[in-house]
Design a protein around this ligand. Sequence first.
Ligand code: ADP
Ligand code: GLC
Length: 492
Amino acid sequence: MRILLVSSEAVPFAKTGGLADVATGLAKALASDGHEVVLALPCYRRHIPEEGRGEKIGQVEVQMRMKRVRADILETTLPDTSLRVWLVDQSNYFDRASLYVEGGFDYADNSERFLFFSRAVLHAARNLYFLPHIIHANDWQTGAIPAIVKEKLRDTEDFRGVGTVFTIHNMAFHGAFPPWDLELTGLPQKLFNWRQMEFYGQLNLLKTGISFADMVTTVSPTYAREICRPEFGCGLDAVLAECGERLVGILNGVDMDAWNPELDPLIPQKYSSDRLQPGKAACKATLQSELGLNVSPKSLLFGMVTRLTDQKGLDLISARIENLLEADTQFAFLGTGDEGYEKLLRELEQRYPGRISATIGFNEKLAHRIEAGSDAYLMPSRFEPCGLNQQYSLLYGTIPIVHATGGLADSVTEATPENLANGTGNGFAFQRYDADAFLNACWRAVGMYQFRQDDWQRMQQIGMTRDWSWNRSGRDYMAVYEQALTRVKSTT
Ligand code: ADP
Ligand code: GLC
């Protein structure tokens, strides 16, 4: 099958969160199954060095309101693979310090930037004769693609029969813009209605993707059910509930070339489930010393690597971290995001030297070192569509402590005695989003770490030996692509 995978970020080119890992991981899984894949993303000039941009293979021109805007299409390959990557190079839109936000504010022209990107990719597919069977769009940045395909392109010879899949990575980001931005999509006014592109008077690109795609997926089975309810649907629950079988949840896989303690070049000593020690202990000691924490093998070191937003449960952590410091514990935080949370973490670090470390910023190497060097990993997210760090933690023998929601519920199972015996218990999970429920889960971890090391090691083994790779999820996406094609056939 020929698949055009369109994403606003992908490692190693540009990343703000899990979408980047997923776009690349999925593309690689599909390609290694023998499918012909092109991964398309914007050429963020300040993130992608010139030598990594490949060469120009074509040019496109898109009518954006009164102007015709040009972009070069550059083609490179994903490092160490032959997988084709298209970079849409338009410096007015993509030569910026960040991907979406600067100084706490979204770029004012985000709708224009990403609608241009979406349309440019479709032009490129046609101009360069990469005529896909499936176009797979991700999140609001590419939400207009299913609509353009359905309303405009499918009537053309080149795109007849092409199926679209739209994946929701996070319902919290709608891509909502003033109604006059509809013009930037090139689509007719009649589509600006409450069943298709409009939401509370605005153009809503997330809703657009959901409404027009042949199949809609999200990144875990539990989140697929949750978002059909008002508590998680961010206002679009009814639209999602109406999707019925058109909506499918598929748990993200892990790119085992990037996140594998046996191969990881970014950690000080490699280890595996068969030979956890001395590697894991060495990673912990190095991390403690690099971060200025007391180098103490017995202290339970909690790690956390995250975007600092309300989603991630930092309110629970800040409410109970001082209780947890009464035990022999330490904390290593790495994150960037809301100013309030950055300040909170900096203050905690100052107040508890040797016990709490807070690194504010985006640091891939440290992210790997925290995964490897910590004993436990905090992920008490209020909601979590999938979550990758709990899966990375499981693979690194680092015990996740999670709120049982979305993909966290689908990957972490409480380590009760029964679950340890039946080989499923791999972490600690609390059900109600509440500071005391969170604290209790942490105490269960502290108790086991201090007094039941055999159970702790069993739990590490359970997490490390399950298959978290893209093998299964890649196959699930293929099934969804087939369903999308069947739907197109039945409607044309
Ligand atoms: P989300 O996409 O909601 O941010 P995920 O758990 O799916 O959450 O993925 C987050 C990804 O981003 C992980 O690969 C994580 O290691 C990475 N990440 C988040 N914040 C940072 C940071 N400050 N430095 C390095 N990597 C980070
Ligand atoms: C989003 C979600 C996260 C998910 C990631 C990749 O950013 O917040 O839970 O893992 O997308 O799908």
